[in-house]
Ligand binder design. Structure first.
Ligand code: C2E
Ligand code: MG
Ligand code: MG
Length: 588
């Protein structure tokens, strides 16, 4: 494929070079970087870039918007504006030039990648539409309308869906949000029969009625698109579990329960659906649609009138993993790994007393990848040793920096995977890191899961003793999801018990979870263990934990995992305590 050529018009050299380097990493060719509008206009007469990044505020006589206006008079080149801050007046002026979008500087690589793809596609579509319109003499505004909507049903089309979804998902990524979305690909069963037997007008009428019914499902968190002929897509955002997806599907199926009226006839139609789930099946809308399509085709092959979730074939799964594994080998060197920190709050004082370090991988093409995806891969390939050591060193160093800045918290918690824990040189590695970072070992907490501990009991005891002799604290992570053997709680030298989120969820309404959590807290206290509740999301859950004397909590109710900068801000604000309900007085 030919490389896309980009011209950068930007008068701040640092920003320009940064942008150029990010674009080159994405495999785009930079034809030039220029700093004034005049030079840009001249250059565009001699070369033909495929895309221009245009700073709005330029130093020369004319600004970016004026430059763009002049360029667009003679050339048809998509332009993306760069702004430091977008005030309304500027945005409005920019809009009048028929621009393709703005990006706030400095641009992130993943956003660049998504935006460029959309812009180039939009430009291509628009060019096509223009040709057909110049033939039929329609106005340009109709072209824009047509390029985003399906003419038969007036529903947004594939392009529009792609743009909207990409924007939403990049927002998720930016906010480090864990939202899931279901992408449903819907195909009308045996649509061709309506078309063949009753004619295209009736076919169109049917599509319009289907569109109308589907539109009744529209809400803020639902996107609907008419992809082509008899195919629609529905996207449900903010999904929390599979049950919710099934409920949405059942609502869609219900829309087909009543007959459709075509002239004086009534006909029943059914549909086949395929479901792909963001971000698990992919983070890119194109791929999600393709996977949902694949699932839908299977539903069709099985007779239609049913739905199917996308499942990667063994080969696909293996090839995806293989590619990811290769990338993971470079991730450390390329500094794509980052630690985020989630605060742990004492319910006695309302203060942030600890932080759990949680790793994230900023993949250059796939965006954020969460540890659930790549830690198992790192374990299988042995890369976990290097990554684990990096995490330990990084977390200890960060903790030391916070201490030196008087941003005091008591502990920093690091997750250890099974393979790491079983490494015989774990003790040595730890000593080396503690020495290098000069962190007091009492401030370091290592989180181990139950399954790690029960694999080889002799080794476990030896390793735990080594760790204890160094002075680090040990916590049992995700307690309750594994073996939950109370005897090892008694016999192993633990300091902290972390109750898994699955028990905390719905604690107010689920009596079983409430009873288990209550019992776990009591038992842990009997054994002199501190208890942390994981995944606290609601006030009700928090109230229950305060009442039942849980020591500390961690969860979205207070804060998701944060970047270093954000975490430091939170430490400085000290406003956490305001979220603690009155009943904390019990502890005073
Ligand atoms: P974990 O140790 O149980 O970490 C808690 C997970 O729950 C984190 O997910 C966290 O972001 C998430 N979480 C926190 N509060 C809430 C909440 O209120 N609601 C919900 N739904 N989730 C919440 P994350 O960061 O994706 O990590 C997943 C797992 O990956 C961790 O589970 C841990 O076992 C592992 N992991 C993370 N970082 C590392 C690492 O550096 N090394 C190793 N070996 N494993 C790691
Ligand atoms: Mg953990
Ligand atoms: Mg956990």
């Amino acid at each position: 494929m030919e490389q896309i050529k980009i011209l950068i018009v930007e008068d701040e050299p640092v920003l320009a070079l940064d942008l150029a380097s990010k674009l080159r990493k994405l495999d785009y060719e930079i034809i030039d970087i220029v700093s004034t509008g005049e030079v840009a206009i001249n250059l565009v007469q001699q070369t033909q870039p495929d895309l221009i990044f245009m700073d709005i505020k330029l130093k020369g006589a004319i600004d970016g918007i004026e430059t763009a206006t002049q360029i667009l008079q003679s050339k048809d080149i998509p332009i993306i504006y760069l702004t430091a801050c977008a005030d309304e007046e500027t945005v409005e002026r920019a809009e009048h030039t028929g621009c393709y979008g703005y990006m706030i500087k400095p641009c992130k690589q993943i956003e660049l990648s998504a935006n460029i793809k959309i812009v180039l596609k939009k430009h291509k579509e628009l060019a096509k539409a223009k040709i057909s319109i110049s033939k039929s003499n329609k106005s340009r505004s109709v072209a824009v309308q047509e390029s985003n909507y399906n003419l038969i049903t007036q529903l947004p089309n594939r392009l529009d869906l792609q743009a909207k979804f990409t924007q939403i998902s990049s927002q998720y990524t930016k906010l480090n949000d864990f939202k899931t979305a279901a992408i449903i690909y819907l195909n009308v069963d045996r649509f061709y029969r309506v078309n063949n037997n009753l004619g295209h007008e009736y076919g169109n009428l049917l599509l319009q009625q289907i569109a109308q019914r589907l539109q009744t499902l529209l809400r803020d968190d639902v996107l609907i698109a008419h992809l082509n002929a008899d195919e629609f897509a529905l996207v449900f955002l903010g999904i929390e579990n599979r049950q919710q997806i099934l409920e949405h599907i059942s609502q869609v199926i219900q829309k087909f329960n009543q007959p459709f009226g075509l002239d004086r006839r009534e006909i029943f139609v059914t549909s086949s659906m395929g479901v792909a789930v963001y971000p698990w099946d992919s983070t890119e809308i194109e791929q999600l649609l393709q996977k949902a399509y694949q699932a839908m085709s299977q539903a069709k092959q099985q007779g239609g009138n049913q739905y199917n979730f996308y499942q990667a074939t063994v080969e696909e799964e293996e090839s995806d993993l293989l590619a990811l594994e290769t990338d993971l080998r470079y991730a450390l060197d390329r500094q794509e790994l980052q630690l985020h920190y989630q605060p742990q709050i004492s319910l006695k004082t309302g203060k942030i007393v600890g932080a759990e370090a949680l790793i994230r991988w900023y993949h250059p093409h796939q965006g954020i990848i969460y540890p659930a995806t790549f830690i198992p891969l790192a374990e299988q390939t042995g890369l976990i040793s290097a990554i684990g050591e990096w995490v330990l060193a990084q977390a200890c160093q960060q903790m030391k920096i916070w201490q030196l800045q008087n941003l005091d918290i008591d502990r920093i918690a690091v997750n250890l995977s099974a393979r790491q824990f079983n490494q015989t040189n774990l003790g040595k590695t730890l000593i080396k890191i503690l020495k290098k970072t000069q962190l007091d070992s009492h401030c370091l907490e290592l989180e181990l899961t139950e399954s790690t501990l029960v694999a080889d009991l002799d080794l476990t005891i030896r390793q735990l003793n080594t760790l204890k002799s160094l002075g680090v604290k040990i916590s049992v992570d995700d307690f309750g999801t594994g073996y939950s053997s109370f005897s090892y709680l008694q016999n192993f030298p633990f300091d902290i018990l972390k109750i898994d989120r699955s028990f905390i969820k719905d604690i107010g309404t689920n009596p079983k979870n409430a009873a288990i959590t209550k019992a776990l807290i009591e038992m842990a206290h009997q054994l002199n263990l501190k208890v942390i509740a994981e995944g606290v999301e609601t006030n009700t859950e928090l109230n229950f934990l305060v009442k039942n004397r849980c020591d500390e909590v961690q969860g979205y109710f207070f804060s998701p995992p944060l970047s270093v900068k954000e975490f430091e801000q939170l430490l400085q604000e000290h406003n956490i305590v305001e979220k603690i309900p009155d009943c904390q007085i019990v502890f005073e």
